[in-house]
Design a protein around this ligand. Sequence first.
Ligand code: NAD
Length: 260
Amino acid sequence: MKLQDKVCIVTGAASGIGKEIATVYAREGAKVVIADLAKDAAQATADALTAAGGQAMGVAMDVTDEAQVNAAVAEVVAAWGGVDVLVSNAGIQIVHPIEEFSYAEWKKMLAIHLDGAFLTTKACIPHMYRSGRGGSIIYMGSVHSKEASVLKAPYVTAKHGLIGLAKTIAKEGGKHGVRANVICPGFVRTPLVEKQIPEQAQTLGISEDDVVKKVMLKETVDGEFTTTADVAEVALLFASFPSNALTGQSLVVSHGWFMQ
Ligand code: NAD
């Protein structure tokens, strides 16, 4: 058990990558908080983990709403006494050429990916400092934290920004034993990606099969999607690493799409 009784908040954990991370953390003994937009979806995910023998609670949290973020973190601290791990994972995707992005869509993307990371970090980090045990903050970046693709200007901008945030938090948190790192996955077949396949096919004027083979997986070493399990293993490493030796880093898990 690598996370026995550690209180771990995972945002966007009612679906996809976040749900898998929550499942792996629960398997490793953590007290897992499923934080997502809808309380019922968050609670249903938490109930499934509890039924499987884990410890989990669901909280409603729109990561762009400061009052909701603070209230949800306060609820967690009241129930479980602190916060040891934050996985800032909630995210969406909107794809357009830059000239077709509305300002509202641009701001929505930056709000969920960057404001959400800021607000959840700000709410959780005082509890990590106060406990004397330190903690681990993990931002869900992307290969798009390192590399650009057409149609994704706000996503690429936000995901690059998370690396700057993680490096800063790593420096500020170091003396308190708080580490901050970024996971940078390649394409993972979650609802977020399923939605993009027909959208990109239409925008680029190619078939859905070609979007998968010639756009999404073209640069991988083996034409394979990264899986939620792959990403969750990296999230477990960052959460359970025992010292500040691993901080301020970004780790790409992408079947070799991007190599650094
Ligand atoms: P997903 O759509 O399966 O899950 C995203 C979750 O975030 C959903 O449960 C949704 O309700 C929640 N969410 C959305 N807006 C929110 C908000 N304002 N507040 C709280 N929760 C909110 O998507 P996923 O693929 O699992 O994506 C998770 C993260 O992984 C995102 O940050 C995404 O950018 C990143 N990522 C995904 C891929 C991929 O290929 N799927 C690759 C690299 C990075």
